[in-house]
Write a protein that binds this ligand. Structure first.
Ligand code: HEC
Length: 184
């Protein structure tokens, strides 16, 4: 009898500790939502603090290329170098997914491909829960100064980074998604 009471007390204590831990820790879904916001915020911080105030995007191609090569002012490059190294162990995977990614590391998996289609269609955030992961995706919108490299004509050479082709995006269009995948 005494032994059973002990077991009961232990299991109640264990249950309480687990319940407390559950409320104290964010769920994978909440973590994924926060991390996709982090990708968006970092992108806009780079744009607002470096790219836009410097107003460098109207410079002639050669000068713009030189400045970009020497200063980390391109949101995708800065954010990519910050988030992609985290992806290696697969616990948290952060990307900026678009239809035809320039960077391999932004290539979507099957679920991210579905989320991208949904975000492009609705212009709103989207999420999915699978047995192994929680996913969250938020829209990325193109503005005027993105067009130099990503605008029209679609398939034309990017004048600043000539190894890439322009995507043909237009101003104000939702062109991609900041995604976060969090392992359970
Ligand atoms: C000076 C040229 C240039 C400008 C301007 C520019 N980009 Fe990019 N963008 C690039 C390059 C180059 C890459 C690939 C970076 C890398 O190697 O990861 C890229 C990558 C991206 C990616 C990641 C997906 C992928 O293809 O790997 C997104 C999303 C993106 N750009 C959106 C934008 C948006 C939105 C703007 C404007 C707010 C913008 N870019 C402005 C050159 C540019």
């Amino acid at each position: 009898m005494r032994k059973n009471m002990g077991v009961t007390r232990t299991s109640i204590a264990t249950f309480l500790v687990l319940a407390l831990a559950q409320t104290a820790l964010a769920s994978p879904e909440e973590t994924a939502a926060a991390l996709s916001q982090l990708v968006i915020n970092t992108r806009s911080a780079v744009a607002k603090n470096f790219t836009q105030p410097n107003k460098i995007w109207w410079l002639p191609d050669a000068l713009y290329r030189l400045i970009l090569a020497r200063n980390a002012v391109l949101p995708a490059a800065v954010v990519g170098s910050a988030i992609h190294p985290l992806n290696d162990d697969g616990v948290v995977v952060l990307k900026m997914v678009v239809r035809e990614p320039r960077n391999e590391k932004n290539k979507p998996d099957a679920v991210e491909t579905e989320l991208l289609a949904e975000v492009l269609r609705t212009g709103q955030l989207a999420s999915r829960s699978t047995a192994q992961h929680a996913y969250h995706a938020r829209p990325i919108k193109a503005v005027a100064w993105c067009m130099r490299c990503h605008g029209l004509p679609k398939g034309g050479r990017d004048p600043i980074f000539p190894k890439f082709r322009k995507e043909g995006w237009s101003e104000g269009e939702v062109i991609g998604a900041a995604t976060a995948r969090v392992k359970r």
